[in-house]
Structures are given as C-alpha cells and as structure tokens.
Ligand binder design. Structure first.
Ligand SMILES: [Ca+2]
Ligand SMILES: [Ca+2]
Ligand SMILES: [Ca+2]
Length: 170
C-alpha cells in the first residue's frame, strides 16, 4: 500500500476513534486468552478513561478491575485475589505506579493488611489481627519481592478501624 494512502487510512481511523471518545460513546473490546469462547479481558471505555476487567482464573467472572486514563496511565485498581466473588483488595496508585495495596482479608469492610511499594516493588507488609483477644500488628520486610525479615508481631492499642485509618492516610 502506498505510504500516502497508508497515512490517510491511519489518520481516518484515528479520527474515528477520537470522534467516539469526544462524543463520550461507551464501547467495549473483548479478549479471549485461553480460547474457550469466553472473554477473559474486557475493556470498557468512557469519556475520561477505561476499565480493564480481567478474569485471571478463567471461571467466567471478573476478578481484577484496573482503571486507566485515556493515555494509558494506571489510575486505580481493585481485585478479588481469593476468587470468592468479593473484591477485597485495592491498589493505591501514584504517578501511575502502585504505592500500596490495601486488603480487607476477612471481608468486614475494614482494611487489615497493607503492602507498601517503592519503585513498583513491595517493601513492607503490615497485618492487623486479634490474637487470643489482643490486637496485634505483624510486620514483614521485603527485598526483590522476597521476605527478608521474620514476621515481627507486636501488641497494638488500635482497633481495626484505627489501623485502617493509620495505613490509608499515610
Ligand atoms: Ca475469575
Ligand atoms: Ca475476595
Ligand atoms: Ca477486615
């Protein structure tokens, strides 16, 4: 195909795509990774960005939802990492990189586990729990994504809600 026509075609496609966006037309594209006829990745577009909806365990149910800007920067995300149908995990994103991962492991709507990230790598984990009636916070450090410290468990004076506030607002 001559270069000029190729360019024109590309420009036309770009303008059509741009037109869809500018009118705020919602549309989706589907991807079937394992070829079983059921989509495993869905893209849902709107005026300001799009969602990437992923079924990681191929059971037909979305278990990860990532939000991107129109220029493909990661904005936020949630996931169901134990595949029980409840989205308990939330990605906190700064400058398109994950800065922390907040998990409500017991599905009581309160964050009790936080992973802190630096340069896209997990640095520490803190887990709140009640052991024998006493609130405790356990901490682990990581290097190269590998735990390099033993779990240090210390008694805490915080309630689970106070723990959530302390990790979410940091
Ligand atoms: Ca799934
Ligand atoms: Ca879950
Ligand atoms: Ca919880």
């Amino acid at each position: 195909m001559p270069k000029a026509i190729e360019k024109l075609l590309f420009l036309t496609l770009f303008l059509v795509a741009f037109e869809c966006h500018s009118e705020g037309l919602e549309y989706e594209t589907l991807v079937d990774l394992n070829g079983d006829g059921i989509e495993d990745i869905k893209y849902e577009y709107d005026k300001t960005g799009y969602y990437e909806l992923i079924d990681r365990n191929f059971d037909g149910k979305v278990d990860e939802s990532l939000r991107y800007s129109l220029d493909h920067y990661l904005l936020s995300g949630t996931s169901d990492d134990d595949f029980d149908g409840v989205f308990e995990t939330r990605l906190v994103v700064e400058n398109s990189l994950i800065s922390s991962v907040l998990v409500d492991t017991n599905n009581n709507q309160i964050v009790d586990l936080v992973f802190r990230y630096k340069n896209s790598l997990v640095q520490t984990a803190e887990k709140y729990s009640i052991e024998y009636g006493t609130p405790v916070v356990a901490r682990i450090s990581y290097e190269f994504g590998y735990p390099v410290s033993h779990e240090k468990v210390e008694p805490s004076s915080m309630t689970e809600l106070e723990f959530q506030h302390s990790v979410v607002n940091k």
